[in-house]
Design a protein around this ligand. Sequence first.
Ligand SMILES: CC(C)(COP(=O)(O)OP(=O)(O)OC[C@H]1O[C@@H](n2cnc3c(N)ncnc32)[C@H](O)[C@@H]1OP(=O)(O)O)[C@@H](O)C(=O)NCCC(=O)NCCS
Length: 229
Amino acid sequence: MRFRVEPMRIEHIPVVAEIERRSFTQPWPSNAYRKEIQTNRTAHYFVARRVDDELDQQPSPEPGQTVSDGRAPHAGAEENGSDHGILGKLSRLFRGPAEGSPPLEAELLSIAGFAGLWLMTDEAHITTIAVDPIYRGRGIGELLLLGLIDRAKQIGARWLTLEVRMSNRVAQRLYQKYTFKEMGIRRRYYSDNGEDAQVMWTDPIDSERFREALRQHREVLARKLGHHD
Ligand SMILES: CC(C)(COP(=O)(O)OP(=O)(O)OC[C@H]1O[C@@H](n2cnc3c(N)ncnc32)[C@H](O)[C@@H]1OP(=O)(O)O)[C@@H](O)C(=O)NCCC(=O)NCCS
């Protein structure tokens, strides 16, 4: 199964919003993504998409599967008892032509995650990153992070930074691979449960340590994802 990172478009937002609801206890509303894409000049958003022909062999959620960052499943995932995930919702959105799949439908069905950043002077602030629970643990979060790092370099950032929940060890481990370190704490940053945020920063993007981490992990990931360029 191959994946590609590409710019997020308005048409992607219904799927992005669904992954958002499945991933965060305080999801952004869909119109936040619309605004980010249409009006925020500092914003850069991406989706990770499957690019093979295996759309009819989508992985199904394991029974009792939970969100891997330890967050409570969002209300939308629980409301229909047996959670058929994004595919069920999409099929409702796209009930229509009986024959063939319109290209947009196939494109939307192939979205596995998304991520974004804001460039503020020479700092790239990662605003979000999420992978649909059924696709987690396969390297897609890391692929998205690499996409953000590549864009940050292109647009002249010197560091990357982000906030992450103190309890979100999965995300912290992902960031640590790319030299992110805890540099501060924002007390009671998350209003849903009053949790603190760790503020993490990378080494300078042009430092030897950062470049080496990038080179090593990119290679390993390419092998894991079967991307042999
Ligand atoms: C964080 C998230 C994006 C990771 O995506 P993913 O596709 O599952 O992660 P990957 O498969 O690319 O794994 C990359 C690294 O993350 C860490 N990681 C992933 N799953 C992990 C797990 N279950 N336990 C511990 N570390 C884990 C590891 O460091 C892993 O690298 P490794 O394979 O060399 O061990 C995903 O868990 C997610 O969407 N979580 C909910 C939203 C969220 O918390 N976003 C971050 C907000 S700050």
